[in-house]
Design a protein around this ligand. Structure first.
Ligand code: AMP
Length: 431
């Protein structure tokens, strides 16, 4: 299967050729012809599968076939986060480089006026987060009455983040006759309900079941006292000579503290999370990609959808409360055929979480102590008391709400018996 056989226009194939992709990925091979044929689509695919090109290429194709650019958006792509909007927007630009189509990226945290100016100049494709899009709609600085194609990217995450009402409000602003494409990494009951209400006779494509993409990721864990994790991480970065490592923490505060500590230890580091301004986040990501920052410390939501090619190393400084987030995290590495490595630092109180992850993955994650950092036999008191607990709640309130319903595909399908969901760790048993 080659890109040439998918039915895409020559000017799009030229743009794809300059990306030096060899072949279409499975989601691209399946989704592109269906979208070109005008079908609604329900696609199960997570980041790293090439899903963005799977909808951007055919959407560009359909718009280009219609001829002259118009003033009002004909395609609307909704994403859960600013970062994802920026990345999808960047792909739209790259793949559409030889087409006379105009696109705009609309998200919050930055000034309205440049976006208003851009919208007024005329836009064919709008890539937006729901909240800011509705701000524009309320001020009548965007007219959605000509939208013909709607894409919901990472729809599951949009629901997790509480965007369902915003999505419904957007749906009321766009024409009923349109093509709908829904991309989601997971199928919860909520996603099914959304899909049922949205999609007309959809074609369904599904690739990369929950635990296939991580086959290329080598996974390991070190047991360590919680209080010694920062020193262990700095030690490992020095010892292993990691030049580009993405580190996950559970809290924004924890991300800041850790980035500061690594910087003090001579490791260039930056934190990226929801409290940072958009420009600070973009700068940190850019510096990380360019190799100016060695360690990027991120919370789950901030890291969602980050497109960092060939990231060799991911570290779970803390395990996520929701086992499925582990899969999202380590999906940052080992992409598109590259081999990656994911390491978890596991304190005594996190062993139950690790068990939940192992159940979800249906595999054991080898755990070996690091000499000089062996955990104490009697775990110190700090491992029972989560000093960041209130912040954990703030960060995870919405996630826990959805996890508590127990309706997420990963947890539901792969790990229903004894899934950890969003609950706190069970007391550790010996491994
Ligand atoms: P996505 O799943 O859309 O986030 O894409 C993940 C990464 O794969 C991005 O860096 C894309 O540029 C890259 N990619 C997309 N399509 C292909 C392809 N056919 N071959 C190789 N890499 C691709």
């Amino acid at each position: 299967m080659s890109f040439d056989s998918l039915g895409l226009r020559a000017d799009l194939l030229r743009a794809v050729a300059s990306q030096r992709y060899g072949r279409p990925t499975p989601i691209q091979a399946q989704a592109i012809p269906e979208i070109l044929a005008g079908h609604d689509l329900l696609a199960g695919a997570q980041t790293g599968t090439g899903k963005t090109a799977a909808f951007v290429l055919p959407v560009l194709n359909l718009l280009a076939e219609q001829g002259h650019p118009q003033r009002h958006p004909r395609a609307l792509i909704l994403t859960p986060t600013r970062e994802l909007a920026a990345q999808v927007g960047e792909r739209v630009h790259a793949y559409g480089i030889h087409l006379p189509l105009r696109s705009a990226i609309i998200f919050g945290g930055v000034g309205m006026q440049p976006q208003v100016d851009k919208l007024q100049r005329g836009v064919d494709i709008l890539i937006a987060t729901p909240g800011r899009l509705l701000d524009h709609a309320t001020r009548r600085t965007v007219d959605l009455s000509r939208v013909e194609i709607l894409v919901l990217d990472e729809a599951d995450r949009m629901l997790d983040m509480g965007f369902i009402h915003d999505i419904k409000r957007v749906l009321r602003l766009i024409p009923e006759r349109r093509q709908n494409l829904l991309f989601s990494a997971t199928y919860s009951d909520e996603i099914r309900r959304l899909a049922d209400g949205l999609l007309k006779h959809p074609k369904t494509v599904e690739v990369a079941r929950r635990n296939t993409p991580i086959a290329a990721v080598s996974q390991s864990a070190h047991p360590v006292d919680r209080s010694r994790k920062p020193d262990l991480l700095a030690h490992l970065i020095h010892r292993e000579g990691w030049e580009q490592v993405l580190v996950f923490t559970r809290t924004k505060h924890g991300a800041n503290k850790l980035a500061e500590k690594l910087t003090r230890d001579g490791i260039t580091a930056a934190a990226i999370h929801g409290n940072k301004s958009q420009s600070a986040r973009t700068r940190a990501l850019d510096e990380f990609k360019r190799g100016l920052v060695r360690a990027l410390v991120a919370t789950d939501i901030a890291a969602r959808g980050l497109d960092i090619a060939n990231l060799p190393q991911v570290v779970n400084f803390e395990l996520p409360n929701v086992a499925e987030d582990y899969v999202h995290r380590i999906g940052r590495t080992g992409r598109a055929g590259a081999v990656g490595s994911a390491l978890s630092l596991v304190s005594h109180d996190e062993r139950g979480l690790l068990k939940g992850i192992e159940r979800l993955l249906r595999r054991e994650i080898p755990m070996t102590p690091v000499i000089g950092f062996e955990p104490s036999a009697n775990p110190p008191a700090d491992q029972h008391e989560d000093d960041d607990r209130s912040r954990v709640r703030t960060d995870f309130t919405q996630r826990q709400r959805s996890a508590g319903r127990g309706d997420r595909m990963g947890a539901g399908q792969a790990a229903r018996p004894g899934s950890q969901g969003g609950r706190r760790a069970a007391p550790a048993r010996g491994r």
